[in-house]
Design a protein around this ligand. Structure first.
Ligand SMILES: NC(=O)c1ccc[n+]([C@@H]2O[C@H](COP(=O)([O-])OP(=O)(O)OC[C@H]3O[C@@H](n4cnc5c(N)ncnc54)[C@H](OP(=O)(O)O)[C@@H]3O)[C@@H](O)[C@H]2O)c1
Length: 431
Protein backbone atom coordinates (compact mmCIF):
# COMPACT_ATOMS: atom_id res chain seq x y z
CA UNK A 1 0.00 0.00 0.00
CA UNK A 2 1.51 3.29 -1.14
CA UNK A 3 0.31 6.53 0.31
CA UNK A 4 0.84 10.27 0.04
CA UNK A 5 -1.48 13.24 0.23
CA UNK A 6 -2.10 13.14 -3.52
CA UNK A 7 -2.34 9.33 -3.57
CA UNK A 8 -3.38 8.06 -7.01
CA UNK A 9 -3.29 11.66 -8.27
CA UNK A 10 0.48 12.00 -7.83
CA UNK A 11 2.49 12.16 -11.04
CA UNK A 12 3.96 8.86 -12.20
CA UNK A 13 1.75 6.67 -10.02
CA UNK A 14 0.30 4.60 -12.86
CA UNK A 15 3.72 3.75 -14.25
CA UNK A 16 4.96 2.88 -10.76
CA UNK A 17 2.00 0.64 -10.03
CA UNK A 18 2.46 -1.09 -13.41
CA UNK A 19 6.18 -1.59 -12.76
CA UNK A 20 5.59 -3.03 -9.30
CA UNK A 21 2.81 -5.24 -10.70
CA UNK A 22 5.21 -6.68 -13.29
CA UNK A 23 7.54 -7.53 -10.42
CA UNK A 24 4.73 -9.49 -8.81
CA UNK A 25 3.44 -7.02 -6.21
CA UNK A 26 -0.22 -6.25 -5.65
CA UNK A 27 -0.31 -2.49 -5.17
CA UNK A 28 -2.98 -0.24 -3.68
CA UNK A 29 -2.54 3.54 -3.72
CA UNK A 30 -4.38 5.58 -1.11
CA UNK A 31 -4.40 9.31 -0.42
CA UNK A 32 -3.58 10.05 3.20
CA UNK A 33 -2.02 12.99 5.01
CA UNK A 34 0.16 11.37 7.66
CA UNK A 35 0.23 14.64 9.57
CA UNK A 36 -3.48 14.11 10.22
CA UNK A 37 -3.96 11.53 12.97
CA UNK A 38 -7.56 10.76 12.00
CA UNK A 39 -6.57 9.94 8.42
CA UNK A 40 -3.73 7.68 9.60
CA UNK A 41 -6.10 5.93 12.00
CA UNK A 42 -8.57 5.27 9.19
CA UNK A 43 -5.78 3.98 6.96
CA UNK A 44 -4.48 1.57 9.58
CA UNK A 45 -8.00 0.35 10.30
CA UNK A 46 -8.30 -0.62 6.65
CA UNK A 47 -4.82 -2.05 6.06
CA UNK A 48 -2.84 -4.02 8.59
CA UNK A 49 0.78 -3.45 7.69
CA UNK A 50 3.56 -5.94 8.40
CA UNK A 51 6.21 -3.34 7.54
CA UNK A 52 6.10 0.44 7.50
CA UNK A 53 8.35 2.75 5.48
CA UNK A 54 7.87 6.38 6.52
CA UNK A 55 9.37 8.49 3.74
CA UNK A 56 6.96 11.43 3.76
CA UNK A 57 8.82 14.65 4.17
CA UNK A 58 9.27 18.18 3.08
CA UNK A 59 12.39 20.20 2.56
CA UNK A 60 12.85 23.87 3.44
CA UNK A 61 15.77 26.25 3.00
CA UNK A 62 15.87 29.41 5.10
CA UNK A 63 18.26 30.87 7.63
CA UNK A 64 16.98 30.16 11.11
CA UNK A 65 16.63 33.91 11.68
CA UNK A 66 13.88 34.15 9.07
CA UNK A 67 12.18 30.85 9.84
CA UNK A 68 8.55 31.44 10.78
CA UNK A 69 6.44 29.22 13.02
CA UNK A 70 4.37 28.32 9.95
CA UNK A 71 7.52 27.19 8.10
CA UNK A 72 8.58 25.16 11.09
CA UNK A 73 5.18 23.54 11.34
CA UNK A 74 5.04 22.77 7.61
CA UNK A 75 8.41 21.00 7.75
CA UNK A 76 7.81 19.16 11.00
CA UNK A 77 4.29 17.99 10.30
CA UNK A 78 4.86 15.34 7.63
CA UNK A 79 8.02 13.90 9.19
CA UNK A 80 7.53 14.32 12.91
CA UNK A 81 3.74 14.19 13.29
CA UNK A 82 3.56 11.50 10.61
CA UNK A 83 6.13 9.32 12.41
CA UNK A 84 4.51 9.93 15.78
CA UNK A 85 1.05 9.00 14.47
CA UNK A 86 2.32 5.79 12.91
CA UNK A 87 4.26 4.90 16.03
CA UNK A 88 1.42 5.63 18.44
CA UNK A 89 -1.36 4.12 16.37
CA UNK A 90 0.55 0.94 15.58
CA UNK A 91 1.26 0.62 19.29
CA UNK A 92 3.03 -2.60 20.19
CA UNK A 93 2.00 -4.36 16.97
CA UNK A 94 4.80 -6.65 15.84
CA UNK A 95 6.24 -5.48 12.54
CA UNK A 96 8.96 -6.90 10.30
CA UNK A 97 10.29 -3.38 9.77
CA UNK A 98 9.53 0.19 10.78
CA UNK A 99 11.78 2.27 8.56
CA UNK A 100 12.22 6.00 8.93
CA UNK A 101 13.73 8.01 6.07
CA UNK A 102 15.95 10.53 7.80
CA UNK A 103 18.74 12.80 6.59
CA UNK A 104 22.35 13.72 7.21
CA UNK A 105 20.95 17.17 8.06
CA UNK A 106 19.79 15.69 11.38
CA UNK A 107 23.12 13.94 12.02
CA UNK A 108 25.65 16.70 11.45
CA UNK A 109 23.56 19.70 10.46
CA UNK A 110 23.08 21.51 7.20
CA UNK A 111 23.11 25.23 6.43
CA UNK A 112 19.70 26.89 6.17
CA UNK A 113 17.94 23.62 7.00
CA UNK A 114 17.33 24.05 10.72
CA UNK A 115 13.71 22.88 10.65
CA UNK A 116 14.47 19.97 8.35
CA UNK A 117 17.46 18.97 10.51
CA UNK A 118 15.33 19.02 13.66
CA UNK A 119 12.63 16.92 11.99
CA UNK A 120 15.14 14.28 10.96
CA UNK A 121 16.85 14.25 14.35
CA UNK A 122 13.40 13.42 15.77
CA UNK A 123 13.18 10.38 13.49
CA UNK A 124 16.58 9.10 14.63
CA UNK A 125 15.58 9.56 18.26
CA UNK A 126 12.25 7.83 17.66
CA UNK A 127 14.08 4.81 16.22
CA UNK A 128 16.10 4.52 19.44
CA UNK A 129 13.04 5.02 21.57
CA UNK A 130 11.10 2.28 19.73
CA UNK A 131 14.02 -0.11 20.09
CA UNK A 132 14.13 0.58 23.81
CA UNK A 133 10.46 -0.50 23.85
CA UNK A 134 11.43 -3.74 22.08
CA UNK A 135 9.88 -2.66 18.75
CA UNK A 136 11.22 -2.75 15.20
CA UNK A 137 12.88 0.50 14.11
CA UNK A 138 15.46 1.43 11.49
CA UNK A 139 16.25 5.05 10.76
CA UNK A 140 18.51 5.75 7.81
CA UNK A 141 19.95 9.24 7.55
CA UNK A 142 20.46 9.65 3.84
CA UNK A 143 22.86 11.84 1.96
CA UNK A 144 21.50 13.14 -1.34
CA UNK A 145 19.97 10.67 -3.80
CA UNK A 146 20.26 10.88 -7.59
CA UNK A 147 17.51 9.77 -9.98
CA UNK A 148 14.74 12.09 -8.74
CA UNK A 149 13.56 13.15 -5.29
CA UNK A 150 14.29 16.19 -3.16
CA UNK A 151 17.98 16.73 -3.91
CA UNK A 152 17.62 16.15 -7.63
CA UNK A 153 14.43 18.17 -7.99
CA UNK A 154 15.60 21.26 -6.12
CA UNK A 155 18.54 21.46 -8.55
CA UNK A 156 20.88 21.34 -5.58
CA UNK A 157 23.04 18.55 -7.02
CA UNK A 158 25.77 20.83 -8.36
CA UNK A 159 26.08 22.90 -5.18
CA UNK A 160 26.06 19.72 -3.06
CA UNK A 161 28.82 18.25 -5.22
CA UNK A 162 30.91 21.38 -4.77
CA UNK A 163 30.55 20.87 -1.03
CA UNK A 164 31.73 17.27 -1.32
CA UNK A 165 28.33 15.55 -1.24
CA UNK A 166 27.85 13.33 -4.29
CA UNK A 167 24.39 12.06 -5.14
CA UNK A 168 23.88 8.31 -4.77
CA UNK A 169 22.19 6.28 -7.50
CA UNK A 170 18.85 5.06 -6.09
CA UNK A 171 19.84 1.40 -6.63
CA UNK A 172 22.95 1.88 -4.49
CA UNK A 173 20.96 3.59 -1.73
CA UNK A 174 18.40 0.78 -1.74
CA UNK A 175 21.22 -1.75 -1.34
CA UNK A 176 22.41 0.18 1.71
CA UNK A 177 18.87 0.08 3.09
CA UNK A 178 18.83 -3.72 2.66
CA UNK A 179 22.07 -3.87 4.59
CA UNK A 180 20.80 -1.64 7.41
CA UNK A 181 17.78 -3.95 7.73
CA UNK A 182 19.82 -7.15 7.45
CA UNK A 183 22.27 -5.89 10.09
CA UNK A 184 19.32 -4.86 12.26
CA UNK A 185 20.75 -1.39 12.82
CA UNK A 186 18.75 1.22 14.71
CA UNK A 187 20.32 4.22 12.98
CA UNK A 188 22.70 4.43 10.05
CA UNK A 189 24.04 7.28 7.98
CA UNK A 190 24.38 6.55 4.28
CA UNK A 191 26.01 9.21 2.14
CA UNK A 192 28.59 9.44 -0.62
CA UNK A 193 30.95 12.04 0.78
CA UNK A 194 34.17 13.35 -0.69
CA UNK A 195 35.73 14.12 2.67
CA UNK A 196 38.68 16.01 1.20
CA UNK A 197 36.20 18.66 0.04
CA UNK A 198 33.48 18.31 2.64
CA UNK A 199 35.57 18.29 5.81
CA UNK A 200 37.53 21.55 5.32
CA UNK A 201 34.38 23.40 4.22
CA UNK A 202 32.22 22.03 7.02
CA UNK A 203 34.76 22.87 9.71
CA UNK A 204 35.76 26.31 8.47
CA UNK A 205 33.73 28.05 11.19
CA UNK A 206 34.37 25.59 14.02
CA UNK A 207 35.69 22.07 14.44
CA UNK A 208 33.36 19.08 14.35
CA UNK A 209 34.18 16.61 17.14
CA UNK A 210 31.68 14.16 15.58
CA UNK A 211 33.29 14.09 12.15
CA UNK A 212 36.86 14.31 13.42
CA UNK A 213 36.47 10.74 14.70
CA UNK A 214 36.54 9.58 11.04
CA UNK A 215 40.03 8.78 9.73
CA UNK A 216 39.17 10.25 6.30
CA UNK A 217 38.22 13.53 7.95
CA UNK A 218 41.39 13.62 10.04
CA UNK A 219 43.46 13.04 6.90
CA UNK A 220 41.58 15.73 5.01
CA UNK A 221 42.02 18.27 7.80
CA UNK A 222 45.63 17.46 8.61
CA UNK A 223 46.68 17.44 4.97
CA UNK A 224 45.17 20.79 3.96
CA UNK A 225 45.94 21.95 0.43
CA UNK A 226 49.18 20.25 -0.53
CA UNK A 227 51.89 22.75 -1.39
CA UNK A 228 53.33 22.40 -4.90
CA UNK A 229 56.83 23.78 -4.71
CA UNK A 230 57.12 24.28 -8.49
CA UNK A 231 54.23 26.73 -8.59
CA UNK A 232 55.76 28.60 -5.68
CA UNK A 233 59.21 28.81 -7.29
CA UNK A 234 57.73 30.14 -10.55
CA UNK A 235 55.74 32.80 -8.79
CA UNK A 236 58.66 33.80 -6.59
CA UNK A 237 60.86 34.14 -9.68
CA UNK A 238 58.27 36.39 -11.32
CA UNK A 239 57.89 38.51 -8.22
CA UNK A 240 61.57 38.97 -7.46
CA UNK A 241 62.15 40.51 -10.89
CA UNK A 242 59.61 43.27 -10.18
CA UNK A 243 59.76 46.53 -8.22
CA UNK A 244 57.75 46.40 -4.98
CA UNK A 245 54.63 48.29 -6.15
CA UNK A 246 54.44 45.90 -9.12
CA UNK A 247 54.78 42.92 -6.80
CA UNK A 248 51.85 44.23 -4.75
CA UNK A 249 49.76 44.83 -7.84
CA UNK A 250 50.46 41.34 -9.22
CA UNK A 251 49.45 39.64 -5.97
CA UNK A 252 46.35 41.79 -5.40
CA UNK A 253 45.27 41.08 -8.98
CA UNK A 254 45.91 37.39 -8.46
CA UNK A 255 43.66 37.36 -5.39
CA UNK A 256 40.97 39.45 -7.10
CA UNK A 257 40.94 37.25 -10.21
CA UNK A 258 40.70 34.02 -8.25
CA UNK A 259 38.08 35.47 -5.86
CA UNK A 260 35.97 36.65 -8.80
CA UNK A 261 36.20 33.21 -10.44
CA UNK A 262 35.24 31.40 -7.23
CA UNK A 263 32.22 33.69 -6.80
CA UNK A 264 31.23 33.09 -10.40
CA UNK A 265 31.80 36.69 -11.59
CA UNK A 266 32.72 37.19 -15.21
CA UNK A 267 35.30 39.90 -14.49
CA UNK A 268 37.80 40.87 -11.81
CA UNK A 269 36.16 44.30 -11.62
CA UNK A 270 33.48 42.88 -9.31
CA UNK A 271 36.07 42.25 -6.58
CA UNK A 272 37.58 45.52 -5.45
CA UNK A 273 40.84 45.31 -3.53
CA UNK A 274 39.55 46.72 -0.25
CA UNK A 275 36.01 45.30 -0.12
CA UNK A 276 35.53 42.72 2.62
CA UNK A 277 35.24 39.15 1.34
CA UNK A 278 32.20 38.65 3.54
CA UNK A 279 30.42 41.57 1.84
CA UNK A 280 31.30 40.08 -1.52
CA UNK A 281 29.31 36.98 -0.57
CA UNK A 282 32.00 34.56 0.60
CA UNK A 283 30.72 31.66 2.67
CA UNK A 284 32.45 28.57 4.05
CA UNK A 285 32.34 26.79 0.69
CA UNK A 286 33.73 29.63 -1.40
CA UNK A 287 36.25 30.50 1.33
CA UNK A 288 37.73 27.00 1.10
CA UNK A 289 37.61 27.07 -2.70
CA UNK A 290 39.59 30.31 -2.74
CA UNK A 291 42.05 28.85 -0.23
CA UNK A 292 42.49 25.79 -2.48
CA UNK A 293 42.94 27.72 -5.68
CA UNK A 294 45.42 30.19 -4.13
CA UNK A 295 47.23 27.29 -2.46
CA UNK A 296 47.61 25.53 -5.81
CA UNK A 297 48.76 28.73 -7.49
CA UNK A 298 51.26 29.86 -4.88
CA UNK A 299 52.44 26.51 -3.57
CA UNK A 300 51.65 27.66 -0.04
CA UNK A 301 49.74 25.60 2.46
CA UNK A 302 47.10 28.07 3.53
CA UNK A 303 44.56 27.78 6.35
CA UNK A 304 40.85 27.28 5.56
CA UNK A 305 40.10 30.43 7.57
CA UNK A 306 42.18 32.48 5.12
CA UNK A 307 39.45 34.86 3.94
CA UNK A 308 38.18 35.40 7.47
CA UNK A 309 41.66 36.11 8.89
CA UNK A 310 42.66 38.34 5.94
CA UNK A 311 39.37 39.96 5.08
CA UNK A 312 40.04 41.62 1.72
CA UNK A 313 42.20 41.22 -1.39
CA UNK A 314 44.81 43.76 -0.23
CA UNK A 315 45.26 42.06 3.15
CA UNK A 316 45.36 38.60 1.64
CA UNK A 317 47.89 39.68 -0.98
CA UNK A 318 50.05 41.11 1.81
CA UNK A 319 50.04 37.72 3.52
CA UNK A 320 50.96 35.95 0.28
CA UNK A 321 53.82 38.37 -0.26
CA UNK A 322 55.23 37.77 3.21
CA UNK A 323 54.91 34.02 2.83
CA UNK A 324 56.43 33.96 -0.65
CA UNK A 325 59.18 36.55 -0.31
CA UNK A 326 59.78 36.64 3.42
CA UNK A 327 59.76 39.82 5.51
CA UNK A 328 60.56 43.30 4.16
CA UNK A 329 64.20 42.81 5.20
CA UNK A 330 64.27 40.00 2.65
CA UNK A 331 64.54 36.41 3.68
CA UNK A 332 66.12 34.43 0.89
CA UNK A 333 64.44 31.09 1.62
CA UNK A 334 60.81 30.54 0.73
CA UNK A 335 59.05 28.44 3.32
CA UNK A 336 55.48 27.31 2.76
CA UNK A 337 53.62 27.86 6.00
CA UNK A 338 51.64 24.91 7.23
CA UNK A 339 48.98 25.79 9.77
CA UNK A 340 47.80 22.56 11.34
CA UNK A 341 44.57 22.42 13.25
CA UNK A 342 46.58 21.67 16.42
CA UNK A 343 48.42 25.00 16.12
CA UNK A 344 45.46 27.31 16.56
CA UNK A 345 46.48 29.85 19.17
CA UNK A 346 44.19 29.60 22.19
CA UNK A 347 43.99 32.47 24.60
CA UNK A 348 42.29 32.00 27.93
CA UNK A 349 40.76 35.30 28.90
CA UNK A 350 38.97 34.13 31.99
CA UNK A 351 37.65 31.05 33.72
CA UNK A 352 34.71 30.59 35.94
CA UNK A 353 32.78 27.69 37.34
CA UNK A 354 30.21 26.62 39.89
CA UNK A 355 30.31 23.09 41.26
CA UNK A 356 28.88 21.19 44.18
CA UNK A 357 30.92 21.62 47.34
CA UNK A 358 30.66 25.41 47.21
CA UNK A 359 33.10 25.69 44.31
CA UNK A 360 32.91 29.15 42.76
CA UNK A 361 36.26 29.36 40.92
CA UNK A 362 38.90 27.12 39.32
CA UNK A 363 41.00 27.63 42.49
CA UNK A 364 38.11 26.32 44.64
CA UNK A 365 37.75 23.34 42.34
CA UNK A 366 41.44 22.57 42.62
CA UNK A 367 41.27 22.77 46.41
CA UNK A 368 38.22 20.48 46.41
CA UNK A 369 40.10 17.88 44.37
CA UNK A 370 43.44 18.28 46.19
CA UNK A 371 41.83 18.07 49.63
CA UNK A 372 39.57 15.17 48.63
CA UNK A 373 36.46 17.05 49.76
CA UNK A 374 33.19 15.08 49.70
CA UNK A 375 30.78 17.44 47.87
CA UNK A 376 27.77 15.13 48.26
CA UNK A 377 25.07 16.41 50.59
CA UNK A 378 21.31 16.65 51.22
CA UNK A 379 18.78 17.53 48.49
CA UNK A 380 18.15 21.30 48.32
CA UNK A 381 14.82 22.45 49.70
CA UNK A 382 14.24 25.51 47.49
CA UNK A 383 13.55 23.80 44.15
CA UNK A 384 9.91 22.86 44.60
CA UNK A 385 10.95 19.21 44.68
CA UNK A 386 8.96 16.82 46.80
CA UNK A 387 12.05 15.14 48.22
CA UNK A 388 10.11 12.42 50.04
CA UNK A 389 8.11 11.41 46.95
CA UNK A 390 11.17 11.68 44.73
CA UNK A 391 12.94 8.93 46.68
CA UNK A 392 12.28 5.38 45.52
CA UNK A 393 14.84 2.72 46.41
CA UNK A 394 13.75 0.55 43.43
CA UNK A 395 15.05 3.25 41.06
CA UNK A 396 11.89 3.45 38.94
CA UNK A 397 11.88 6.01 36.08
CA UNK A 398 11.39 9.60 37.26
CA UNK A 399 12.56 8.88 40.79
CA UNK A 400 15.83 9.02 42.71
CA UNK A 401 17.09 5.93 44.54
CA UNK A 402 19.52 8.02 46.58
CA UNK A 403 18.79 10.66 49.22
CA UNK A 404 21.93 12.70 48.73
CA UNK A 405 23.78 14.20 45.76
CA UNK A 406 26.11 16.91 44.50
CA UNK A 407 24.12 20.16 44.22
CA UNK A 408 24.58 23.85 43.53
CA UNK A 409 22.64 25.13 46.50
CA UNK A 410 22.22 28.64 45.14
CA UNK A 411 21.05 27.54 41.68
CA UNK A 412 17.50 28.66 42.49
CA UNK A 413 18.82 32.23 42.67
CA UNK A 414 19.81 32.07 39.00
CA UNK A 415 18.46 35.17 37.26
CA UNK A 416 17.07 33.55 34.10
CA UNK A 417 15.50 36.80 32.94
CA UNK A 418 18.88 38.54 32.96
CA UNK A 419 20.20 35.99 30.43
CA UNK A 420 17.05 36.16 28.29
CA UNK A 421 16.08 32.60 29.27
CA UNK A 422 12.43 31.76 29.76
CA UNK A 423 11.36 30.48 33.21
CA UNK A 424 10.40 27.07 31.72
CA UNK A 425 13.76 26.70 29.99
CA UNK A 426 15.51 27.67 33.22
CA UNK A 427 13.72 24.89 35.08
CA UNK A 428 14.66 22.40 32.34
CA UNK A 429 18.32 23.52 32.60
CA UNK A 430 18.39 23.20 36.38
CA UNK A 431 21.41 21.08 37.16
N1 LIG B 1 16.04 12.60 -1.99
C1 LIG B 1 17.08 12.85 -1.19
O1 LIG B 1 18.15 13.21 -1.64
C2 LIG B 1 16.92 12.66 0.31
C3 LIG B 1 18.04 12.85 1.12
C4 LIG B 1 17.91 12.70 2.50
C5 LIG B 1 16.69 12.33 3.02
N2 LIG B 1 15.62 12.16 2.21
C6 LIG B 1 14.34 11.81 2.83
O2 LIG B 1 13.74 10.75 2.16
C7 LIG B 1 12.32 10.92 2.09
C8 LIG B 1 11.83 10.86 0.66
O3 LIG B 1 12.48 11.90 -0.06
P1 LIG B 1 12.17 12.20 -1.58
O4 LIG B 1 13.39 12.75 -2.19
O5 LIG B 1 11.50 11.03 -2.22
O6 LIG B 1 11.15 13.39 -1.39
P2 LIG B 1 9.99 13.91 -2.35
O7 LIG B 1 10.26 13.51 -3.76
O8 LIG B 1 9.78 15.34 -2.03
O9 LIG B 1 8.77 13.06 -1.84
C9 LIG B 1 8.22 13.30 -0.59
C10 LIG B 1 6.93 12.53 -0.55
O10 LIG B 1 6.30 12.76 0.68
C11 LIG B 1 4.91 12.92 0.46
N3 LIG B 1 4.37 13.71 1.54
C12 LIG B 1 4.73 14.96 1.93
N4 LIG B 1 3.99 15.35 2.97
C13 LIG B 1 3.15 14.34 3.25
C14 LIG B 1 2.14 14.15 4.22
N5 LIG B 1 1.85 15.09 5.11
N6 LIG B 1 1.47 12.99 4.23
C15 LIG B 1 1.76 12.02 3.33
N7 LIG B 1 2.71 12.13 2.39
C16 LIG B 1 3.39 13.29 2.35
C17 LIG B 1 4.83 13.64 -0.90
O11 LIG B 1 3.63 13.40 -1.58
P3 LIG B 1 2.35 14.41 -1.47
O12 LIG B 1 2.88 15.77 -1.74
O13 LIG B 1 1.41 13.88 -2.49
O14 LIG B 1 1.84 14.25 -0.09
C18 LIG B 1 5.96 12.93 -1.64
O15 LIG B 1 5.49 11.78 -2.27
C19 LIG B 1 12.03 12.27 2.74
O16 LIG B 1 11.64 12.04 4.06
C20 LIG B 1 13.38 12.97 2.72
O17 LIG B 1 13.51 13.88 3.77
C21 LIG B 1 15.70 12.31 0.87
Amino acid sequence: MLTSRRGAGAPGVDALVAELGELGAEVVVVACDVADRVQVEALLAEFEPTSVFHAAGRDHFDPVSSLSLEDLHAVLSAKVDGARHLDELLGDRELDAFVLFSSIAGVWGSGHQAAYAAANAYLDALAHQRRSRGLAATAVAWGPWADGGMAAETGAEESLRRRGLRTMPAAQAVLALHRALADDRTTSTVADVDWSTFAPTFTVGRPSPLLSALPEVRDALDGGAAPTSTASAELVARLTGLPEPEQDRLLVDLVRTRAAAVLGHGSTGSVSADRAFRDLGFDSLTAVELRNTLGAETGLSLPTTLVFDHPNATELARLLKTELLGTEEGADTVLPVAVGSSEDPIVIVGMSCRYPGGVRSPEDLWRLVADGVDAVDEFPTDRDWDVEKLYDPTGKAGSSYVRRGGFLYDAAEFDADFFGISPREAVAMDP
